[in-house]
Design a protein around this ligand. Structure first.
Ligand SMILES: [Zn+2]
Length: 258
């Protein structure tokens, strides 16, 4: 048996031993340390804040910070930083370290506090499930495979091609569809968070319907790595009853005005 094959076996064993679980109970591959990932996220967020235009509009900021504060009550011990950026794209993003960016264009799609909560809950869901750390871990595995492919290839062309294929296959077969899994997971964690905080979970579904009018998702969602808006609506709808029950038992109803 070639020596390089043993390296691959050892690497795979290591991969499966570094497994954690997301809030929905899904097994996750975690190589990168949580501390390092959070530091990386915070550093990237500072860079974005320096590079992009921060929206100082007081009404927009009051609205966003109010919804963030209501959701944050459901995540004790965590400090969130949410910043509104002046950008017409209806978009939002999350980074490890509890950082959330909201584009001002998104506030034209979210017609009430419940829909804004849907987006922010989704972004918080990515952070809570450590999706950034998971992706960094996957990327380092891919890099290792590609790197090993290069070494093996220099010694044995066929074996090298196989190892590199494993890397490329992982990219197409694991990473891209994987982001769909992460998206669905963030949708569900967000839905629960929204409901526990007393927002109306039904509006999470309305939000994605609004998005479909504002920015229709393409049918090639499998290649783009994101679920279509219709898939999100379906996914959320199938968990709406549980979410409605959580809202019904929530202590109070937030009052954040756009
Ligand atoms: Zn997402």
């Amino acid at each position: 048996m070639p020596k390089n094959f043993n390296i691959l076996v050892a690497l795979s064993a290591l991969a499966f031993s570094a497994c954690a679980h997301s809030p929905t109970g899904r097994g996750q591959l975690m190589f990168a340390s949580e501390k390092r990932t959070d530091e990386f996220g915070a550093k990237q967020f500072e860079r974005i804040k320096n590079r992009e235009f921060i929206d100082e509009d007081p009404d927009a900021n009051r609205f966003v910070q109010c919804v963030v504060a209501e959701l944050a009550k459901q995540t004790p011990g965590r400090t969130w930083e949410a910043v509104v950026f002046r950008n017409d794209d209806a978009n939002a993003f999350a980074l490890p370290g509890h950082k959330i960016g909201i584009h001002s264009g998104l506030l034209r799609v979210t017609v009430n506090q419940d829909q804004l909560a849907a987006v922010l809950g989704h972004e918080m869901g990515h952070v809570l499930a450590q999706h950034g750390r998971e992706r960094m871990s996957q990327q380092s595995t891919l890099d290792t495979f590609n790197y090993l492919g290069g070494i093996v290839g220099r010694q044995n062309k066929a074996a090298g091609a196989v190892t590199t294929l494993v890397g490329t296959g992982a990219q197409l077969g694991i990473l891209y569809p994987f982001s769909q899994i992460q998206e669905n997971e963030a949708d569900l964690i967000g839905l629960k968070l929204v409901a526990q905080a007393g927002f109306r979970p039904k509006e999470s579904i309305e939000f994605w319907r609004n998005m479909d009018v504002y920015a229709p998702s393409s049918r090639e969602s499998i290649l783009s790595g994101h679920p279509t808006n219709a898939t999100r609506v379906e996914n959320l709808s199938s968990h709406l009853n549980e979410a409605e029950a959580l809202t019904a038992s929530a202590i109070h109803r937030p009052e954040c005005t756009p």
